[in-house]
Structures are given as structure tokens and as C-alpha cells.
Design a protein. Sequence first.
Length: 210
Amino acid sequence: MSEDESTLPESLRAALVSAGFADDAASARLITEQLEASGPRARVLALRAASRRRLLDGASWIRAMRDGSAVVRREALTLFAHEGPGEPDALAAAAEALDDADALVVDAAAFALGEHAATGAVDALVRVAQVHPDARCREAAVAALGALGDEGGRAAVIAALDDKPPVRRRAVVALANFEGPDVDAALARAREDRDWQVRSAADQLGDDGP
């Protein structure tokens, strides 16, 4: 438990949770005020409430995705994946988070970009898929490239079949959104993979895929 978590008054915690389900002006003001709170935990709870209440504009989303706390940035990107606007500036902020020092922020950013079909982030996602030192980030980038199905990501997804098992498994699933002889050859290779889950995923895609 972080220091902020342990010192956040229970009354404020409860008030922010309740405010997310209310519809009055006073609770909206509380949420807005706590978005600027000094403690990350309060900002996280305020973000959840503000997202539920649709109180965040594009600028607010961007500020949250650039917050000084990695915990807040992760929360903002996780919420943004489903609730945030597909505005160019907001998507650019999410793409910017692919360079974050915190691996879980990068993971959340990749997921959000895939959910928003942010084809403008393909090159950045390819870079993460190819060279990021954390396998979780490479896996998330491969998943996003698969969700996008953009030709610019094809080679990186196929190359991910030489990565660690979780990334290889994700690459097989991602290939469902691509077609061509190179994809067929990649899936044939995956059916001989030393990891049984990779083989199973490739077999399943061969049965049900295009």
C-alpha cells in the first residue's frame, strides 16, 4: 500500500466513490476538485468518477495521461481505452505514453490505441513490439497491431513469432486480421512451435480463420 493510499481519509474515499454514481452539481464539483488533488490515490478515484460521469473533456484526458504519477497515468489510459474521446490530440497523448518509463503505462497505452483503432500510432507500436525490453509491452503492442490490422504492422506481428511464448501466442491471435502467403507460412511455423499453447492457437486459427 502506498503512502498516499494509506493516508487518504476514508470519508474522502467514500465520497469520491459515491460521487461517481451521483448526478448533482456538488458531487461534480468534488470530483473536479480532486482531479487536482496532491495525492495520486485521490486523483485516481476522481478520474474513475469523472469518467463514469462523463465530466472529462479532451484536455482533462490529456492532463491525466501526462500526470506525474505512473499510477494515475495507468488509470487514465485504462479508462481512456473505453471512455476517452477519439480526438487527434488525445490519441497523440496516448501514443506519447508508449515511451513511458513505466512498463504498465506502456501496456495500457498500447491497449488504448488498439481499442481506438489509432492507425496513426502503427509505427510507434511497431517499435515497441520490436525493441521494448519488457515482454509485457511487446505483447501489448502486438495485440494492438493485430486489432488495427494495418499493413504497416504485418511484419512486426510475424516477427513476434520468434519472441517469448506469451508474445508468440499473442502474435498468432493478431495474425487473424491479416491475410497472405507470408501469414500462411507464419501460421504453419507456429503449428510446430515448442509451446503447446502457441500450437493450439495456430491450429484454432487455421480451423476458424480466414
